[in-house]
Every structure is written in C-alpha cells, then in structure tokens.
Design a protein around this ligand. Sequence first.
Ligand code: 3EB
Length: 350
Amino acid sequence: MTPRANALPTDAGELYYSYARPADGALPSLSRQKGLLGIITFQTGFVGEGDGAKPEGILQIPLSGRGDDLCELWKTTQPVLAGTFGDITYRCSRDFLFGSIALAVADLPAGNHGLIHPPLQNAAELAYQQIFSLLDRHGYPGLLRIWNFVPDINGVSHGLEHYRQFNIGRQDAFLAHNRLPSRQNIPAASALGSVDGPLVVYFLAARRNSVAVENPRQISAYHYPQEYGPSSPTFSRAGWVDLGQQKILFISGTASIIGHQTRHGGNVAAQARESMANIAAVVAETNRVAAGSPYDLNDLSYKVYLRQFTDLPIVRAELDRLVTPKAPIFYLQADICRADLLVEIEATAG
Ligand code: 3EB
C-alpha cells in the first residue's frame, strides 16, 4: 500500500508534549532526559546549575515572568542529536527537529541595495531564512508549528509597528524559499510580544507537511487586507499531522477576530469567549478535513496569553465554563500582536 501523502512511515517516532512544573532547581535534570527535543521556560531569572551554566536544551523566553510557573516540554521516542546551524540551536531525531533562534534586533543595512530595513523586518527575514535553510539542508521540510516572540510587539519604529515590520520580513522569507505557492506549507503559529531583547522563534519540524486547516469564521491571516500592515501574516489557523499511530493537532494562537476585524475591544471576557468560539470552529473544520477520530474542546491542552495578567480570574472563569477541569491550561502574561487584543489562546492535541 502506498502511504498517504501526509503520512510518515507507520514506524514513525512519536512526539510528546507536556506542561510541567519542575521542583526548584530540577529544570537542568529535566533537560538531560532521553528523547528530549526541547524545554521552554517562560520564567525570568536563573535556570542554570551551580556553576552558572545554562544547560543545553533549555530555552528561556523573555516575557515579563508573570504567569504559571510551568515549562513546556517536547520529547520523542527516538534517539536525539543536538546541533547548531547559523544562529539556530536544534535537536533532532530521525523524524523530528526542534529548533530555536534568538536574533538581536538592530538597525542593520539589509540586502545588497544599501537599503535600511526596519529592525524587526530584518530580524524576521534573517530568522526565517535560517530556519528554512536548515530544514531544507537536513530534510525536514514540514514546518509543523512555530512560536514567535517579538520584542515590544506593539511599539513603533521607522513609522511602522514592530509586528507589522515582522510580517514583512517573515513573508519575504517564505517567498524567497518558494513556500507560499502551496498553502499546505504555511505553519500553525503564535505571535506574542516579549520584553525588550532579541526576536526569539522556536519551532517543530518533521519529514512531511501537516495538513493546514483554516477557520470558516475568519479570513485566512495570509489574506488580511493592508489595513493591518503592508504584508499579511504568514500562518495557518491550525495544522494536523498524521504520524501513523499518532495524530497531532496544532491550533494557532487564536483571538477575538471575526472576518479580519477585532471584536469586543476592551471586553476581555467577551474576547475570551470569541477566541474559544474560533477554536471550536477550527476543531470542527479539522474534523471535517482530517481522517482521524473527531476532536472536541476537552481533548486539547491550552496556552492562554493575557495582555493584562490581572484579567486572569475573568478569563479563567470563561474557560472553566467551556472546558473540562482535566484539560491542562497554562496562563502567561504577554502582549498580543494587535493593540486592541487582550487575549490569545493556542491549543494542542495528540
Ligand atoms: C490573528 O488571528 C491573531 O502572526 O503568527 C495569532 C497567531 C495571531 C499567530 C502570527 C498572529 C500570529 O491575527 C494574531
């Protein structure tokens, strides 16, 4: 039997994620476990060992530090090798690659025309160019999921908001690597604001593409009109991947947007409900297009990013009404890519 186009071999390694709260000082030992692809911590402060070294495999995202003291772990069942490629640090198994890149954001001359690109455009283009070069070089073309942390995301320089600068550079890199003609090449993503520091991007890739899923209640982000910036954001609403025994659903950061417009400005409870209605629509769409057992909201693990961390009780009350208490929900403070958005929710199942 010939394998389906999006299926990995049936003996493919499996991919596991979890949100864990390591005991004080236990993070370094977690980073030494077998099959570890990556650990992400969102806490500020020291995560190293006695000698001051930060253990390999731990990525620290420069957020405000307000939020659940959890880390995100990605593991596989296969042996893992570590490497670097340009500014990227990665770990890979036969079937998967987890990587991260942190690029200082500076006014640098870009391209060979002596033009100065806005700093976040520059950094995004360089980061994504390096990511695609690595994936092409090592044969993991399927970018399954990507998380973007843009410093001062709603700040403005060179007359353009940092997020809008970022979108230009990101789209240019997709175009340069010929990744836009097929909409199946567009990954699920989240984009949040970090405190001042580098642009940080982390990602999961595989030997094959996931199936991109869009949301019928929303215009595809890559078709947003120019009122949101000169280049549209390059991400899909979700990606579903068939690994043989295992199927994984990655739902992108999801906000209170209908069509292309923000809804419920200033009302975080209504924004949380609308975001969950969008996630429910993406789940329904996945169930329609993907050949697997149907998902529902109770099958998902969630990460919730709040612009104002004091909104936590309001948002938690909304989610607790919609999702089983057994579902892992991880709350973090971060700025959101549109200045009028108060909450963004991402979800994963598998
Ligand atoms: C939106 O739907 C909300 O630019 O990669 C969510 C997830 C959002 C990913 C991105 C942006 C991104 O437009 C914002």
